[in-house]
Ligand binder design. Structure first.
Ligand code: ADP
Ligand code: MG
Length: 449
């Protein structure tokens, strides 16, 4: 690994325009990738991790220019090109997003991509050997015998045999097909490979083999890699550094060891705690990532993770158990989005009471607390009074009043302020308001002196 980036991504955005209705009007945009920046150094494997729907694949296809990015730069210094200086108009000569057709063709030789599903990446009517050799032909190697010799050699290097040249894709297992995909990605001797969930579709027993093959090949070919996965345990096996992505943004980046040992962003913590350990009792902190990734067309304000964050900051005027605070906010959001099924709650309350006719107000309120993991009594008296008042409104069927009141009473700074990146040293950075608030506090104290 050197200190020279082979790829620099700057403020990359990909917004998918959403259209609807008879007139096909634009109704919004899915901000699948919403301003990500990172470098990949020569010989390095950078991991990109996040749940399904966070924008990892969109980031990959935008970087490879398989899709037109909405904004940002992708500066590629491969193929012997190196550039620090900019053109007169401020653009970068190595910006992939501005490449001409000819430059793109050269880029497509130096940068390759591997996809998750090995079955759909091959033409079923073409032998795997000719599928790989075709890459050489497209890039100008006319000598048929030479092409065959190169491909046979590569097949061996990925753990297959030269005789496999004349076989068809269906004759191979998933793991073998991914080996063939690797051979095809390597045949033009690229500098850089994007691997989008390359082992996610493989059986557990095969995963480790293919991962160690990727590790070996990376060293042998001096490759730089962007390695995408939703699985932290896979990331740990192959990546030098990791970028954690949530809802179109990068929330934490750092060296793999450091990030696994000292995760700074609660989202990273949650992803790490999802790794199964041999001993279930040691399952890291037992943080559970509940709910789904929100819709990228309408991302939460402030920190995009605040709707699911177990460390979501309490407002200045409350002081309660953190789990209770999370529960109060979940309750508030459900009331606000009219996601409470009050009829069902009444039914369940009646069953609890074992009564007939209508459930009592008290039983309904208990039932709501139960369903939202709200404690019988909040530790903060004034917050408890507010919560009780909102519950009264709900029991009376005044949902809108309850929603408005909860929205005024319970506010987290996390929904009001977009967090900036904080530096934790050695290239480890994270964007969480808890850290910027802490550093502000430190500054404020210093000012007082
Ligand atoms: P990941 O690879 O992390 O699972 P994707 O990049 O596939 O995430 O998707 C990110 C978000 O962008 C998702 O919400 C997805 O629904 C949305 N998305 C992806 N492709 C399109 C498209 N062509 N049109 C609209 N939305 C899209
Ligand atoms: Mg994907």
């Amino acid at each position: 690994m050197t200190d020279k980036p082979i790829l620099s991504v700057r403020n990359l955005k990909k917004h998918y325009i959403l259209k609807a209705g008879l007139l096909n009007r634009t109704v919004g945009a899915a901000k699948a990738v919403d301003g990500i920046s990172f470098d990949i150094y020569q010989g390095e494997t950078l991991g990109l991790v996040g749940e399904s729907g966070c924008g990892k694949s969109t980031a990959a296809t935008s970087i490879m220019h398989l899709e037109e990015p909405t904004d940002g730069e992708v500066i590629f210094n491969g193929g012997g090109r190196a550039g620090e200086s900019r053109n007169d108009d401020g653009t970068h000569p190595n910006d992939v997003t501005k490449f001409s057709k000819k430059e793109l063709k050269a880029f497509r030789r130096d940068a390759q991509m591997i996809f998750q599903d090995p079955s759909s990446s091959f033409n079923p009517r073409m032998t795997v050997g000719s599928a790989i050799a075709e890459m050489l032909l497209v890039h100008g190697m006319d000598d048929k015998h030479r092409r065959r010799a190169i491909v046979e050699d590569l097949l061996e290097r990925v753990g297959l045999s030269p005789e496999d040249y004349d076989r068809y894709p269906h004759e191979f297992s998933g793991g073998q097909k991914q080996r063939i995909a690797l051979a095809r990605a390597l045949v033009l001797n690229p500098d850089f490979i994007v691997a989008d969930e390359p082992v996610s579709a493989l059986d557990v027993s095969i995963k480790a083999e293919v991962l160690s093959l990727i590790n070996d090949l990376q060293e042998e070919f001096g490759l730089s890699l962007l390695f995408i996965s939703h699985d932290m345990s896979v990331i740990r096996k192959v990546c030098d550094r990791v970028a954690v992505m949530y809802l179109g943004e990068i929330v934490e980046i750092g060296k793999t060891e450091e990030l696994f040992a000292n995760p700074q962003h609660p989202y990273t913590e949650a992803l790490l705690s999802a790794i199964p350990t041999p001993d279930p009792r040691t399952r890291a902190q037992g943080i559970e990532l509940t709910g789904e990734v929100p819709n990228p067309a309408n991302p939460p304000s402030g920190c995009r993770f605040h709707t699911r964050c177990h460390r979501v900051i309490q407002s200045n005027d409350v002081d309660m158990d953190q789990d209770a605070w999370r529960a109060v906010l979940n309750f508030r959001d459900s009331v606000r989005s009219e996601a409470i099924d009050i009829d069902l709650i009444e039914e369940n309350a009646l069953i609890e009471e074992g009564g007939h006719g209508d459930a009592s107000d008290g039983a309904i309120k208990d039932q709501i607390r139960d369903e939202f993991n709200l404690p019988d009594q909040l530790g903060d008296t004034s917050a408890e009074t507010s919560l009780e008042r909102a519950l009264d409104w709900i029991v009376d069927g005044e949902m809108e009043e309850a929603a408005n009141f909860l929205s005024e009473e319970f506010v987290t700074p996390c929904e009001e302020t977009v967090p900036e990146f904080t530096d934790h040293g050695d290239g480890h950075r994270s964007a969480c308001l808890r850290h910027s608030e802490e550093s502000q506090t430190v500054e404020a104290l210093a000012d007082d002196d």
